[in-house]
Design a protein around this ligand. Sequence first.
Ligand code: 4AD
Ligand code: MG
Length: 480
Amino acid sequence: MNISTVSELLKLDKTLIDVEVKGWVRTFRANRFIALNDGSTINNIQCVVDFENTNENLLKRITTGAAVYIKGTLVESQGKGQKVELQVNTIEILGDADPEEVSKTILQPKRHTLEFLREQAHLRTRTNTFSAVMRLRSSLSFAIHEYFNKNGFYNMHAPIITGSDAEGAGEMFRVSTLDPKNPPLSEDGEIDYTQDFFGKETNLTVSGQLEAETYAMSLGKVYTFGPTFRAENSNTSRHLAEFWMIEPEVAFMDLDGNMDLAEDFLKYVLKYILESNKEDLAFLEQRLIQEDKTKPQIERSTMTLTEKLRFVIDNNFKRVSYTEAIDILRNSKPNKKKKFKYLINEWGADLQSEHERFLVEKHFKCPVILFDYPANIKAFYMRLNEDEKTVRAMDILFPGIGEIVGGSQREERLEVLKEKMAALDIPEEELWWYLDIRKYGTAVHSGFGLGFERLVMFATGMSNIRDVIPYPRTPQNAEF
Ligand code: 4AD
Ligand code: MG
């Protein structure tokens, strides 16, 4: 006989059949009712033990957290809350869980804070909240690959170790095999990286974009989906030092096409989970409703989780130029009343998350695509507009999240790109291969980067990015 998953069993409409299942005991009540979960669904299956005919020592080992192998008969449930339950014929303990030890952990079935759950990240997917979040994360990942596959994109694996700094932000993790206590020095006393593993300085990638551009300029439509690393010391609820990014890059596509692609793509993946992860979403929605009740009235959400997802799917994203956005912000109440931490006084100011969230949550009340940013607050590779002040950049802002996507049309003109690099002191030798693309059949091309964890945050309603990635890496924290 095959081992069934809990999910399969709960879907069966046949009863009085013999089945086998393996899983972990969530609770064991009245020496009789096991709530069993195996991760295949948010729901547990109730397994009813005939305690009068079960060895007492065995009964004692049915404890919260224990792994068990049950053979039994699926029957219609007498109790409420479930259609079917399992009448246990035999139960084997595959792995014990000592109640004394379990009582110190998050396995103990009661409410725990998210902070406490984070301290036991290796156990937290045994809880409803985290198993739901991680199943949704997995579904979103699948939907992303499915979207690009259906639309003629090739998946490209960009390198993790790079010799260039794509964003020019200088916030990279160094990769080296030199002895930190005794590195080889050159004549002028600097560390001699020619003796390092790669014969040069190398880092963990901050973005696969530059490499993706070279592939778009031969394969046409490509996307990367990989880990990226940023050593920025920002300890916020939206930043990780290691996060996953999706970066499509398309030849012959301009910024308008880029906005259309991003909007269509985001709607597709959110629609996918609405249809495929109903139970997990329903659980997370209830969780948020409960959480909201503990908040003051004004902080409460006006929409439920599924309403928020629906809202994004059903409405056009508002497309607004940076210049228009600055006008709105300059004349906004929080700016006039000096409520913003960073006041908006003039054109050219970089937008902070407080400004982004004002635009999305208070002013437009829908997802916003900001475009045509000032050249000097954006990366070197973005295409310069005719006004020579702004670049063809776009950021997508989501309610509750702020920036979720950053992208641009790329500078395809060799001379303009070289000038820009010179002005920013970016050595041509380092990016000769990137410049080459502009020498041999250059063309308009564009792409964007979606921060995967920010998408998972939006889709699950989790408010801290540490709670949507299995093992978060943040400043001072690389446990597990
Ligand atoms: O805006 P960013 O820095 O853009 C790029 O890296 C471009 N090369 C993308 C491209 O055009 N191909 O990052 C893209 C997205 C952000 O909008 C944000 O969602 C996410 O990546 N992101 C982070 N997510 C978590 N932690 C961090 N430290 C992040 N930094 C950026
Ligand atoms: Mg950005």
